[in-house]
Design a protein around this ligand. Structure first.
Ligand code: B12
Ligand code: SF4
Length: 447
């Protein structure tokens, strides 16, 4: 019997102007993980990441699968409408459609709510029998994920030449108000067996000369015991790696040291706000603002670059928050600051609260859910002030002078990589500010 054809798309709306864009494409893990769940003996699978290649609208397919983030969803729906107009059944999955299944079902035949591992075998069996259901709810967070390995080879070669994406843990026990992850992936950490993670890296490292690994885990050091075991096992692989982590990791010198020894070059860490009251309200009281400087120093001492994320627009933010945050960032010597505007993503406690308080702004729809748009009425500022302050802070910190001044306060050995990373994002940040903000951009104290 000829194999059935699945055409899987990681939808990316190329008309959006995104900042913080790395200079090379990210080897997406969601859709390649879904691809691996199609039995190879029955299915011929094509994967398209729109970030690097266009969708073939005439592609021959028995089934189309689409993965989308919130900001890309209007575009993803257009793709779904197109394939359905050709009578090709469309299945959608990912965080956005999980939280907005009714909206998605106006454009597709079936929505997978939650992790694909829990439901794909059932879905494919139903498809074979011609009885595809409208929704498939992942029963619980499946205890096992990561096997079979994501089918990275289906991405374009240059797509994964620079980075190898992998996931060691899923889930998070915290309840940060603005985050859509725990509800989706569960409030419990689910680590994969360390040996399996190592085997997966080894399997591909045979085919790549030098491996830069990106762990897409939300918090790689969350369970120190597991993390230490993992880091110990990574040492012989001689890889370089980066991941997301919380500031808890900065309080464990042994963990930091092992991370560094195992090849950790860079950690993306949510500082979120200089105001403790904001952290408390966001459900992050376990992060202490007064320790930020100490934490940056500890991570630097271990030899790891800090990419620190701050969110503007918390209820306790007044317009001096922009200047204060910029001053802290510059003084701390953290190599790469990332600023975003508080965004009420679907599935977050924040969205529920702002909705209840009648503070959500009508806006232009999901396309603006990229962390660069003000989508609600801030408590102590006008929406325009939040927008301008955000751009001002971003522009200030990505100016070449600020980059050099910041890096002069960070360890010398970080300088070359940190310089490249800063300048590689400079263009996309500036392009975005210029596109979105017409007119002069004033420092908050001059408003
Ligand atoms: C790694 C990562 C990044 C990387 C790479 C992004 C990429 N293109 O892959 C970088 C750092 C570049 C990044 C950037 C951004 N990110 Co990001 N990122 C993540 C992170 C931590 C992991 C993603 C991942 O690989 N997960 C592992 C895979 C296996 O899971 P998955 O994709 O969800 O897929 C599973 C299911 O969803 C489902 N599924 C998914 N698609 C489909 C399709 C079908 C057909 C089916 C059946 C099933 C299915 O099955 C899969 C297996 O179970 C997530 C948080 C998280 N834990 O998911 C945030 C997350 C996806 N990012 C988010 C955001 C907001 C962004 C940015 C907009 C941030 C910004 N302000 O710039 C940008 C957007 C960049 C872009 N152009 O896409 C949000 C999205 C919220 C939303 N509702 O849209 C998340 C959820 C973080 C959060 N805390 O809210 N990100
Ligand atoms: S922001 Fe990080 S720590 Fe907070 S709930 Fe989300 S994944 Fe967990």
């Amino acid at each position: 019997m000829p194999k059935k054809k699945a055409y899987l798309i990681h939808a990316t709306d190329k008309s959006l102007v995104i900042s913080e864009q790395p200079p090379f494409p990210f080897p997406v893990l969601g859709i390649t993980t879904v691809a691996a769940l199609f039995p190879e003996e029955e299915w011929e699978v094509t994967v398209v990441d729109e970030d690097v290649e266009p969708v073939d609208l005439d592609a021959e397919a028995d089934l189309v699968g689409i993965s989308t983030l919130t900001m890309n969803s209007p575009h993803a729906y257009e793709l779904a409408d197109h394939f359905r107009s050709r009578w090709v059944p469309v299945v959608m999955g990912g965080l956005h459609v999980t939280y907005e299944p009714e909206e998605a079902l106006k454009h597709c035949d079936s929505v997978v709510m939650g992790e694909a591992e829990g439901v794909m075998p059932r879905l494919l069996a139903d498809f074979a029998e011609g009885v595809l259901k409208m929704t498939y709810l992942s029963p619980n967070q499946p205890p096992h994920f990561g096997r079979p390995y994501a089918r990275r080879e289906l991405l374009r070669r240059h797509h994964h030449r620079y980075l190898f994406a992998i996931q060691a843990t899923r889930g998070c026990p915290h309840k940060c108000e603005y985050c859509s992850v725990p509800l989706f992936f569960g409030y419990q950490y689910r680590p994969r067996p360390v040996q399996e993670v190592v085997d997966e890296i080894k399997e591909v490292s045979d085919s790549y000369s030098r491996l830069n690994v990106f762990f897409v885990d939300d918090n790689i050091g969350a369970t120190p015991q597991y993390a230490k075991e993992l880091f110990r096992a990574l040492i012989p692989l001689k890889i370089h790696w980066a991941s997301f982590a919380s500031l808890k990791m900065a309080e464990d010198p042994e963990l930091l040291d092992m991370a560094a020894k195992s090849g950790c070059r860079q950690l993306f860490i949510g500082f979120e706000s200089l105001e403790q009251s904001n952290l408390d309200k966001a459900g992050k009281s376990w992060v202490r603002a007064e320790k930020f400087t100490q934490h940056v120093r500890a991570i630097h001492q271990a030899g790891i670059i800090v990419q620190g994320a701050f969110i503007f627009g918390h209820d306790g933010d007044t317009k001096d928050i922009f200047r204060r945050t910029v001053e802290f960032v510059q003084k701390s010597g953290m190599e790469i600051p990332v600023f975003v505007i508080l965004t009420p993503y679907p599935g977050t406690l924040l969205r529920r609260r702002l909705n209840k308080e009648g503070r959500l702004l009508p806006g232009d729809g999901w396309r603006n859910y990229d962390g660069n748009h003000v989508l609600f009425r801030p408590a102590l500022m006008a929406p325009e002030e939040l927008q301008e302050g955000y751009f001002w802070a971003k522009k200030y910190c990505c100016a070449p002078r600020s980059i050099f001044s910041r890096l002069s306060r960070s360890p010398l050995k970080h300088f070359p990589l940190a310089l490249v990373l800063n300048f590689s994002m400079w263009r996309s940040k500036m392009r975005q500010i210029k596109t979105m903000w017409k007119g002069p951009l004033l420092a908050p104290e001059k408003w």
